[in-house]
Write a protein that binds this ligand. Structure first.
Ligand SMILES: *[C@@H]1O[C@H](CO)[C@@H](O)[C@H](O)[C@H]1NC(C)=O
Ligand SMILES: *[C@@H]1O[C@H](CO)[C@@H](O)[C@H](O)[C@H]1NC(C)=O
Ligand SMILES: *[C@@H]1O[C@H](CO)[C@@H](O)[C@H](O)[C@H]1NC(C)=O
Length: 639
């Protein structure tokens, strides 16, 4: 609902990510690694080359935003936009330049403006009032040059993005944005904030920084800033969502964040679980979710001391690509205790108690969940996601359009200095905040008094846990702003490009993803045939791929942590065998591939012990199918 006076909430928000616009995309060019949809002859379609490593043609970007304008403009309250808004560096003949990255990002801001812009306000002196709803962007690892590398700020990129995103970064946060590319937006003033994390400072592939342990690192500062913001939001009685580009993936083969950053983040997620609604990421291009287990926070971390921990870069081999989902599932099996599924069955009250103790009580407060949305760039099919969240209690309130901030509502919380003034460095600002906080926080100074092992561990300020009387937060029990569900939309490019199939010959079992190194040789063969489309493309549209609520397989009533625990359990189970023969064949193949990918001794033993290998689980099958946005054809597996 939208009018001149303000807006009413709809109870929905949009998550869009990894758009990767590529102005060099050439229709009917080769999708081969050496040509990257830029030249030569091949099957690159009108709206993109689905299931390839090619980036998004501008036509796909335009059609995506046109569809959003026609279908979602008045249906969402804000937008979470998690980065990678420029093309990949995937073509030696057309290396990326700084100007390209800037222009591609500006193009996307323009597209958002075409949907939610207020042209009447464009010329006035407040850039932050140019949109009807808040749009919250974040930096992706491909939004900088060279990709992945992001120095401590202020730097030329933080300054540049401060300009590109001048309409989105609230005025009072421009200084801290320049400092490190992090900021927040009160998407519902005085009630709900979205915190945009700069995950490049946590990213294992950013060789310019060194994680979150040493005080000198921007990652340290970022975590400290985050902790302080969370304290302030708690004191203001607000709730928050966290968003970033690179998700905190942490499996055997895939570690995306520096371990010290992960340790702090997970501790923060635990200690601010009374106010965190959820967290939202992109980057991976596959549809999945990640569970953080608070038991993985080390004792020393809980005592306010942490080592700088070297981690392997997340260099993906094809095999580890394939096993990532399987590792996720095995992790769930492990942390949710499903290997003991029978022991913790909820059938009698004693066992039920054991089960609840295991998962952190009836709200599952041992875990946090991170949502990972797949991409627009058609590594599989282009997708967007619309979340539903609970607005009971605020559904009739008229909120102002974005613009210069409204006055904070008076409440009994101590007034903290929320802004950085011109003369202050961020350190001074953080220091002032600390001082102000110590009057309200009892645990804040504890870490300083403990003696860390000299030279080995870096001390940090501990977050304040929720008070013992605070009820469970919005991620744990149904309340205002709790996530209710989401609708996953996808554009079937194979269909839209008029069944101009790229892969008559087949491709790897799980396609390719992430680093997109593995060109598929067979494609060269296709090009020799010089295939051409049969006729013009069909009308571009997104359609519903699945919904978490009321869906047939996931059957989630809401997106509370407890519901994810149940889903993870169901994905982990190997029992259900009740579906069609065609599915059974496909699942057998998936299962073979799956079991191939996790041949560690331990897991082999587990499977053996359970004696359930080979049985097929429909929920797991659906999870894998959805991970690839339904672009994986059952036949292809067999081939
Ligand atoms: C995409 O939209 C922009 C306007 O936002 C327009 O200038 C451009 O010509 C369009 N390009 C294509 C390929 O449709
Ligand atoms: C929404 O929140 C209210 C409390 O604010 C609660 O009573 C209600 O059950 C929630 N709705 C759902 C569908 O969870
Ligand atoms: C996409 O479209 C193709 C061609 O029309 C069809 O064969 C395929 O089943 C569709 N895939 C999905 C996931 O809708």
């Amino acid at each position: 609902g939208d009018n001149a006076a303000g807006r009413k909430l709809t109870g929905r928000f949009l998550h869009i990510t990894d758009i990767h616009p590529d102005p060099f995309y050439k229709l009917y060019s080769s999708t081969d690694k050496d040509h990257a949809c830029h030249r030569s002859k091949g099957p690159a379609g009108v709206y993109g080359a689905e299931s390839t490593d090619c980036d998004s043609p501008v036509s796909l970007v335009n059609e995506t935003f046109k569809w959003i304008k026609e279908n979602l403009k008045n249906e969402v309250d804000f937008v979470i936009w998690t980065g990678d808004s420029a093309r990949h560096d995937n073509d030696e003949l057309i290396p990326r330049t700084r100007n390209q990255i800037v222009a591609q990002n500006e193009l996307l801001v323009e597209k958002f403006f075409e949907v939610w812009g207020k042209p009447d306000n464009y010329e006035d002196d407040d850039p932050t009032n140019d949109f009807t709803i808040p749009i919250v962007p974040t930096l992706g690892n491909n939004d900088v040059l060279p990709h992945n590398i992001f120095l401590e700020g202020p730097n030329t990129w933080t300054r540049k993005y401060l300009d590109i995103w001048r309409q989105f970064v609230p005025e009072e946060q421009r200084h801290q944005f320049q400092r490190g590319g992090w900021y927040y937006v009160e998407v519902i003033p005085n009630k709900l904030a979205v915190i945009s994390l700069n995950t490049l400072y946590f990213y294992t592939k950013n060789a310019a920084v060194d994680g979150c342990a040493p005080k000198s690192e921007p990652g340290y500062e970022h975590m400290d800033w985050l902790r302080i913001q969370l304290d302030i939001f708690r004191q203001r009685g607000m709730k928050v969502m966290l968003m970033g580009h690179v998700p905190p993936a942490r499996t055997e083969s895939k570690i995306s964040w520096d371990e010290a950053c992960w340790q702090k983040y997970t501790l923060w997620m635990e200690q601010y679980r009374d106010i965190i609604v959820g967290s939202f990421y992109g980057h991976m291009n596959i549809d999945h979710f990640i569970v953080q287990d608070f038991k993985d926070v080390k004792k020393s971390t809980r005592n306010g001391a942490i080592k700088a921990m070297a981690v392997e870069e997340d260099d993906f081999t094809v095999d580890s690509d394939r096993s990532y989902l399987i590792e996720l599932r095995d992790l769930w099996l492990e942390i949710i205790g499903l290997s003991d599924a029978d022991d913790v069955s909820k059938s009698n009250s004693k066992k039920n108690k054991k089960y609840l103790d295991h998962i952190g009580g009836k709200y599952g407060e041992r875990y946090a969940v991170s949502h990972v949305n797949p991409s627009i760039v058609p590594n599989y099919f282009p997708t967007i996601r619309v979340y539903q969240y609970n607005i009971t209690g605020v559904q009739d309130t008229v909120f102002p359009h974005p613009g210069r901030p409204v006055e904070a509502q008076g409440n009994s919380a101590p007034q903290l200095p929320l802004t950085l003034d011109d003369e202050q460095t961020l350190d001074e600002y953080l220091f002032a905040l600390e001082k102000a906080q110590e009057t309200v926080s009892t645990t804040g100074a504890k870490a300083d008094k403990k003696k860390g092992k000299a030279g080995k561990k870096h001390k940090f300020h501990l977050p304040t846990p929720p008070s013992t009387t605070t009820p469970p937060g919005p991620a744990y029990s149904a309340q205002m702003f709790s996530l209710l569900g989401y609708t996953q939309y996808y554009a079937n490019l194979t269909h839209i490009n008029n069944d101009f199939r790229l892969f008559d010959i087949g491709r790897g079992a799980f396609g390719q993803w992430m680093e997109r190194k593995d060109a598929v040789d067979e494609r060269v063969e296709i090009e020799k045939d010089g295939k051409k489309p049969k006729s013009k493309p069909k009308k571009f549209k997104f359609e519903v791929e699945y919904e978490t609520r009321g869906g047939k397989t996931y059957k989630m009533d809401d997106l509370l942590v407890r519901s994810y625990i149940t889903l993870a359990e169901r994905i982990g189970e190997r029992k259900d065998n009740s579906f069609s023969e065609k599915d059974v064949d496909f699942l057998k193949d998936v299962n073979d591939v799956v079991n191939e990918g996790v041949d560690t001794e331990k897991k082999k033993k587990k499977h053996k012990k359970k004696g359930k290998k080979g049985k097929i689980n429909k929920v797991w099958f659906e999870f894998v199918r959805r991970a690839f946005v339904g672009s994986m054809d059952p036949q292809e597996i067999e081939e």
